[in-house]
Design a protein around this ligand. Structure first.
Ligand code: NAG
Ligand code: NAG
Ligand code: NAG
Ligand code: NAG
Length: 445
C-alpha cells in the first residue's frame, strides 16, 4: 500500500527568476518542427454523457482516453494500473521548479516498492474526479506526451512534449468515469493545465478552443494555439465569436484545496438573460461572485446540462413556456431529470435544430454574447417528448449558473487566456457546419 507524508516545514518559495527561466525550458518540445497549433479529438460517451479525448503518453507511446475537464487543475492518470510501464516516467524532486510550477511544496515519501506513483522525495498533488467530486493524494510526475499538430484545417504530424507534468491518481478515482478512461484532462487556469503546458512547450499564444460534438458517434475537436479553427466545408469558426471577460473567483470551487486558493475554473461575466425579446427579471446578487466565492456563472464540461439556481430557473422557464405556448406546442408530464417538457409533435424540425425560443446570455446594456437556439435548449428524451435542457439547481447552490455540456455542443468556445476573455460562436449549424466537421482524416498516428 502506498502512503505519502508531507513535511510542510520544508516549504521553500522559489524566486520568481527561477520560475521564469523554468517556464521557457519546462515541457521540452522534442522536435525542430514548429507546429502552428495542436488538436485533440473529443467524443461523447453514450452512457455517462461525458466528453472523452485521446492522447498518447509514455515510452513506448500508448493511447490514453481521458475525460475532458474544462475547469480541471491538471492532467491526472491512474498510476496504480500495472500497465503503467514507461522508460521516461519521472517524478520531479520535491522543492524543484516543476513542483513550484504545480504549486505544490513539501516532500512526499512512499513506503512500498518504487514504481510510477510511488517514489521518495516527490511533491504531493490532489488529483480530483470532478464528476463524483472525489479527491485523493498522489505524486507529481512527468512523462512524454504526444499530440497531433494542425494548420487549422487538416491534421499535421504528431509532436512530442518530453516532460509533460501530471498527477498520479489511483484506480478508485476512475469510478464514475466513462468506460475505458484512465484519467482526466484538466484545461483550467493553472500553469500546468493542458493549455498552459502546450502553449509553453511550443511558444503559442495562450489560447485554446473547444468544440463538443452533439452525437455519440461523431468526433469534435479541441484546438490549442491560435486559429484559424476550420470546419468542412472550409468554414473558419473563429471569425464569428462574441466575447465576454473571464472573471476571477477568489475561492476555490474544487473538492479539496488549500486555504486561500482561488478557483481555476472559467467564470464569465454574464449578468442578464433574455428569452426572445423578453428580459428575465433576475436577482443581481446571484450573478456576481461574492467574497466567499459564491454566485456568478461558470462553464463546465463535466455537468451534462446547464444548472440554474432555483429563482433563475423559474424565471427562465416561465418565459420560455409562455413563448412556446404561442406556437401551439403542448406541455406534457416532465421526464427526469428535467422539469419542463413538451410534446414534440408540433415542434418544427429545421436544419438548425428544433424551432424554439432563442435564449440570449448577455451583459447589462450590451449586445448578446451568446444566443442559445433550439438545438441547445431542447433535448429529445423519447419519440414524443422534448424537454427544456436545463436543470433546477435549487436554492443556494455555490455557483448560480453552471453552463453545462449540452449547451456547448456544436458551439465553438474560444478561451483567450492572454486577453482573459471567452468567445462564443453560437450554434455552428447556423453557418452550415458542426463540431463533427473538423477534418480528422489522415493516415495513422
Ligand atoms: C523511501 O524511503 C524509505 C525510508 O528510507 C524507505 O523505507 C522506502 O522504501 C523508500 N521508498 C521508495 C519507493 O524508494
Ligand atoms: C450515428 O451515425 C449514423 C450514420 O453514420 C446516423 O445515421 C445516426 O443517426 C447516428 N446516431 C446518432 C445518435 O446521431
Ligand atoms: C437575492 O439573492 C441573495 C443571495 O441569495 C439573497 O440574500 C437576497 O435576499 C435575494 N434578494 C431578493 C430580492 O430576492
Ligand atoms: C481532409 O484531410 C485529408 C488529409 O490531410 C486530405 O487528404 C483531404 O483532402 C481533406 N479533405 C477535405 C475535404 O479537405
Amino acid at each position: 500500500m502506498a502512503t505519502s507524508t508531507i513535511h510542510p516545514s520544508h516549504l521553500i518559495l522559489l524566486s520568481s527568476l527561477l520560475l521564469l527561466s523554468f517556464s521557457s525550458t519546462s515541457s521540452l518540445a522534442q522536435t525542430s518542427f514548429r507546429p502552428k497549433a495542436l488538436v485533440l479529438p473529443v467524443t461523447k460517451d453514450i452512457s455517462t454523457l461525458q466528453f472523452v479525448t485521446r492522447i498518447h503518453q509514455r515510452t513506448p507511446l500508448v493511447p490514453l482516453s481521458l475525460v475532458v475537464d474544462l475547469g480541471g487543475r491538471h492532467f491526472w492518470v491512474d498510476c496504480d494500473d500495472p500497465s503503467y510501464v514507461s522508460s521516461t516516467y519521472s517524478s520531479p524532486r520535491c522543492r524543484s521548479a516543476q513542483c513550484s510550477l504545480a504549486q505544490t511544496n513539501g516532500c512526499g515519501q512512499c513506503f512500498s516498492l518504487a514504481r510510477p506513483g510511488c517514489n521518495n522525495n516527490t511533491c504531493a498533488m490532489g488529483p480530483e474526479n470532478s464528476v463524483t467530486r472525489t479527491a485523493t493524494g498522489g505524486e507529481l510526475a512527468s512523462d512524454v506526451v504526444s499530440v497531433l499538430s494542425t494548420d487549422g484545417s487538416n491534421l499535421g504530424r504528431a509532436v512530442r512534449v518530453s516532460q509533460f507534468l501530471f498527477a498520479c491518481g489511483s484506480t478508485f478515482l476512475l469510478d464514475g468515469l466513462a468506460r475505458g478512461v484512465k484519467g482526466m484532462a484538466g484545461l483550467g487556469r493553472t500553469k500546468i493545465s493542458f493549455p498552459s503546458q502546450l502553449s509553453s512547450a511550443f511558444s503559442f499564444r495562450r489560447e485554446f478552443a473547444i468544440c463538443l460534438p452533439s452525437s455519440t458517434n461523431s468526433t469534435g475537436v479541441i484546438f490549442f494555439g491560435p486559429g484559424p479553427y476550420k470546419f468542412l466545408p472550409n468554414i473558419d469558426a473563429s471569425m464569428s465569436l462574441g466575447y465576454t471577460p473571464l472573471l476571477n473567483n477568489p475561492v476555490s470551487t474544487a473538492t479539496s484545496y488549500t486555504a486561500g486558493e482561488p478557483s481555476y475554473e472559467y467564470f464569465i461575466d454574464i449578468n442578464a438573460i433574455r428569452v426572445e425579446d423578453m428580459p428575465i427579471q433576475l436577482n443581481a446578487t446571484l450573478l456576481t461572485i461574492n467574497r466567499n466565492g459564491n454566485g456568478g456563472t461558470k462553464i463546465s464540461t463535466v455537468v451534462p446540462y446547464t444548472v440554474l439556481e432555483a429563482s433563475i430557473f423559474k424565471a427562465v422557464s416561465e418565459v420560455y413556456i409562455s413563448k412556446m405556448a404561442g406556437t401551439n406546442v403542448m406541455r406534457v408530464k416532465p421526464v427526469k431529470p428535467f422539469d419542463v417538457c413538451f410534446s414534440s409533435k408540433n415542434i418544427e424540425k429545421t436544419s438548425i435544430g428544433p424551432e424554439a425560443p432563442y435564449i440570449y446570455l448577455t451583459r447589462q446594456n450590451q449586445q448578446p454574447v451568446w444566443a442559445i437556439l433550439g438545438s441547445n435548449s431542447l433535448v429529445q428524451v423519447n419519440n414524443e417528448v422534448m424537454c427544456l435542457a436545463f436543470i433546477n439547481g435549487g436554492a443556494n447552490p455555490t455557483t448560480s449558473i453552471v453552463i453545462g455540456a449540452y449547451q456547448l455542443q456544436d458551439n465553438l468556445l474560444h478561451f483567450d487566456l492572454a486577453k482573459s476573455r471567452v468567445g462564443f460562436s453560437s450554434t455552428l449549424l447556423n453557418v452550415g457546419t458542426s463540431c463533427a466537421k473538423f477534418n480528422f482524416s489522415a493516415i495513422g498516428h
